[in-house]
Unconditional design. Structure first.
Length: 34
């Protein structure tokens, strides 16, 4: 049960990190535009 929860948390955190990096990538790439 604990192992399953750990794997689920790890998957969710990596998924959220991927979404954040994907969303922030254009903002960090072109800061002069905004």
């Amino acid at each position: 049960m604990e192992i399953h929860r750990f794997a689920e948390t790890k998957f969710l955190s990596s998924h959220v990190f991927g979404l954040l990096s994907f969303g922030l990538k254009p903002i960090l790439k072109e800061p002069q535009m905004s």
